[in-house]
Design a protein around this ligand. Sequence first.
Ligand SMILES: [Fe+2]
Length: 288
Amino acid sequence: MASDHPSTPPPGAAADWTVPQDWASYTPADHATWDTLFARQVDMLRDRAAPEFLAGVDILRLSRPGIPDFAELSERLHRATGWEVVAVPGLVPDAVFFEHLANRRFVAGRFIRRPDQLDYLSEPDVFHDVFGHVPLLADPVFADYMQAYGEGGLRAQGFDALTNLARLYWYTVEFGLVRTTQGLRIYGAGIVSSRGESVFALDDPSPNRLGFDLARLLRTDYHIDTYQQSYFVIDSFADLLDQTRNTDFAPLYAQVAGLPALAPDAVLPHDRVWHRGTQAYARQPSLA
Ligand SMILES: [Fe+2]
């Protein structure tokens, strides 16, 4: 995850903000938390996650149970797609984040949530970052998409368009759905790493499920602290990669800069509507 906080690396971090994972410092309780979450989500996702994600989960089954040792994980991932996982102390500046992605390095938090936070955590921990993101990095097409996104991020800095580009990451890498012959499936890391949203995103009548539209996504606001009001459905990872690589973003940024942002629950006349949400969940008084 990136943030726009301007600062230098914290003490103990390298110039590229990486830190040692220090795998030996995890406690048995930390490893037990990972194992509980892992077993629960693998079970939950069997008929919900994209086949490419499910195929990639095996990359996480290392020689020792518990939280993956990034050294061993990176070795396996590198053999598959040339990606590595590096530890960072928390959110890193955008430029650092993009530079890592453009060089096929995924930055991951090293801490794990407490046992009383299994269902919700406001900050990404190692379960979100590794279980949520790494399986798809083992897929050659998605691996290329993530690199293309990082390269696009480095270019976007010159266009004052990071807010727009962050929306693409949000609605694909974090909260994306994909069409398959078995129906809609989850691939976004924010969904696959959440027990509640794994069900909500696919089955609940509340959220919109709309066809992926790159220019539209760049304008669409999102919620960071509750389930999404809209999910966007890609036709395939190949199509997502193709559109990202073959779109000239500069004119697109110029075009959207003059337009208002779209509300997270908006449905536009030209949207391809898979499901028009009732938004009942978002309107619950308890969320107001
Ligand atoms: Fe994430």
